[in-house]
Design a protein around this ligand. Structure first.
Ligand code: NDP
Length: 386
C-alpha cells in the first residue's frame, strides 16, 4: 500500500462544486507534435470539464487509489513547518503537487521524506522540486508534458492583445461608468506590423508563434538550439543567437523557458536596458525568471509599456507583492495552465503516471524529468541541474 500526498489549490470561495457555464469540453486525442493525450486505464474518476484541480476535486484520483488499497491525503496547507504537508511528508511514498499552488520540495524537505519515491507534478514545470536533491535521493520526478501547453499559449495571445490594445484599463473605464475615448486610446496600438519575439520556442513558445502568425507580426525567437529550417521558413522566423539581440529589436517579448538554477533572474536590469523603450513583456513561464524590482522600476519609468503574466515567486504571492500594484500590469494569479480543459488532461495524465508507477509499468519518457538518479526524458532536454 502506498501513501499518496496530494497538494491542490483551495476550493472556490463560494463552495464546491461550482455551477458550470458549459456542459462539455472538446475532446483532444493528440497534441500538435502527434503525442498521444493521456491514456489511463479504466474510468477517469471525473467528467472532463469538472473542476478537479482544487482540494475537493482531488484530481478524480480517490476511486482508483482506494480501490487498489492505497491511501490518499489531499490538502492545500503546504507552507510552514507545522503544515499538513510537512506532517504527512515524512511517510509519503508519492507527492503530487501543482505549479499553481506549489508545495516546494526543497533539499531539506526531501532529506526528511525518507520514503518518497515519486514527485509528480499535476501540470507542467517541476521547478518547485529541487531536482538535484531528487536525483541524489533516487526520486523519480514526472509531469504531464503537453497537457496544458495550448491552454498557456492561448493565454499568452490574449495578454499580448490586452496589453497592446490597452484592453484592461478601457474595460475598467466602461465598468466605472466612463466614456472618455481619448483615455482609452492614448495607449492603444495595433499589433499588425509589430515585432514579436519569444525567449524559448518549445511546446508553448512555438504554439504562440503559430497563433500570432496570422496577425501579420514579424516573428523572432531565441533559444539554445535552432528550430528546423522548415519551421523557420513556414513561420518566417528570425533566429537570434543571443537574447539581448532579440530584445533590442522586438516590441513584444514573451518569456517561455523553464526555470532552473542558471535561468533564475534571466530577465534582469541588464536585459531590460537592452530593450526598446515601450516594449511589452509577457511571462507565463515562471516568476523567478524575472528580477521582481527591475520590472517594477521599468514600468514606473516608462521603459516597459506593460507587463502581463500569471507566474510569481513565491506562490501564492503575498498581498503586498509589488506586481499586484505596479502600473500597466495585466497580472492574474497562476491560472493559464489550469483551465477546465487543461485540468481534464493533466488529471488524466496524473492517473496514467500513477497507474504506471504503482503497477510497475514504465512511465512514458515524455513525462519523465528525473529518473534513475539523473535528468531523464523531457527533463534531459528541458532542464539543467545547475
Ligand atoms: P519546453 O521544454 O517545450 O520549451 C522550453 C524551451 O525553452 C525549449 O525549447 C528550450 O530550448 C528553451 N530554453 C531552455 N533553456 C533556455 C535558456 N537558457 N535560454 C533560452 N531558451 C531556453 O517547455 P514548455 O514550452 O512546455 O514550457 C515552458 C515553461 O512554461 C515550463 O517550463 C513552465 O515553467 C511554464 N509553464 C507554465 C504554465 C502556466 O500555467 N503558466 C503551464 C505550463 C508550463 P533550448 O533547449 O534549445 O534552449
Amino acid at each position: 500500500m502506498a501513501k499518496i500526498l496530494c497538494v491542490l489549490y483551495p476550493d472556490p470561495v463560494t463552495g464546491y462544486p461550482p455551477k458550470y457555464v458549459r456542459d462539455q469540453i472538446p475532446l483532444i486525442t493528440h497534441y500538435p507534435n502527434g503525442q498521444l493525450a493521456p491514456t489511463p486505464v479504466g474510468p477517469l474518476g471525473f467528467k472532463p470539464g469538472e473542476l478537479v484541480g482544487c482540494v475537493s476535486g482531488e484530481l478524480g484520483l480517490r476511486g482508483y487509489l482506494e480501490q487498489n488499497g492505497h491511501q490518499l491525503v489531499v490538502t492545500s496547507d503546504k507552507d510552514g513547518a507545522d503544515s499538513t504537508f510537512d506532517k504527512h511528508l515524512v511517510d509519503a511514498d508519492i507527492v503530487i503537487s501543482q505549479p499553481f499552488w506549489p508545495a516546494y520540495l526543497t533539499a531539506e524537505r526531501i532529506a526528511r521524506a525518507k520514503k518518497l519515491k515519486l514527485a509528480l507534478t499535476a501540470g507542467i514545470g517541476s521547478d518547485h522540486v529541487d531536482l538535484k536533491a531528487a536525483a541524489a535521493h533516487n526520486i523519480t520526478v514526472a509531469e504531464e508534458t503537453f497537457s496544458n501547453s495550448i491552454s498557456v499559449a492561448e493565454h499568452v495571445v490574449m495578454m499580448v492583445l490586452a496589453l497592446v490594445r490597452n484592453y484592461l484599463p478601457a474595460h475598467q473605464l466602461a465598468v466605472n461608468g466612463g466614456w472618455n475615448i481619448a483615455d482609452c486610446v492614448s495607449r492603444s496600438y495595433d499589433l499588425e506590423g509589430m515585432h514579436f519575439g519569444t525567449l524559448g520556442a518549445g511546446r508553448i513558445g512555438l504554439a504562440v508563434l503559430r497563433r500570432l502568425k496570422p496577425f501579420d507580426v514579424k516573428l523572432h525567437y531565441y533559444q539554445r538550439h535552432r528550430l528546423s529550417p522548415e519551421v523557420e521558413q513556414e513561420l518566417g522566423l528570425t533566429y537570434h543567437d543571443a537574447p539581448e539581440d532579440l530584445v533590442r529589436v522586438c516590441d513584444i517579448v514573451n518569456l517561455q523557458m523553464p526555470l532552473y538554477p542558471s535561468t533564475e533572474g534571466f530577465f534582469n536590469e541588464n536585459m531590460l536596458k537592452q530593450a526598446r523603450r515601450g516594449m511589452y513583456l509577457i511571462n507565463t513561464a515562471r516568476g523567478a525568471l524575472c528580477d521582481r524590482d527591475a520590472i517594477v522600476n521599468a514600468l514606473q519609468s516608462g521603459h516597459l509599456a506593460g507587463y502581463a503574466g500569471d507566474v510569481w515567486y513565491p506562490q501564492p504571492a503575498p498581498v503586498d507583492h509589488p506586481w499586484r500594484s505596479m502600473p500597466y500590469n495585466g497580472m492574474t494569479p497562476h491560472m493559464s495552465g489550469s483551465s477546465l480543459a487543461g485540468q481534464a488532461r493533466y488529471a488524466a495524465g496524473t492517473l496514467e503516471i500513477l497507474q504506471c508507477f504503482l503497477e510497475g509499468k514504465p512511465i512514458r519518457p515524455e513525462y519523465l524529468i528525473v529518473d534513475g538518479g539523473n535528468l531523464a526524458g523531457t527533463g534531459a532536454r528541458s532542464y539543467a541541474l545547475s
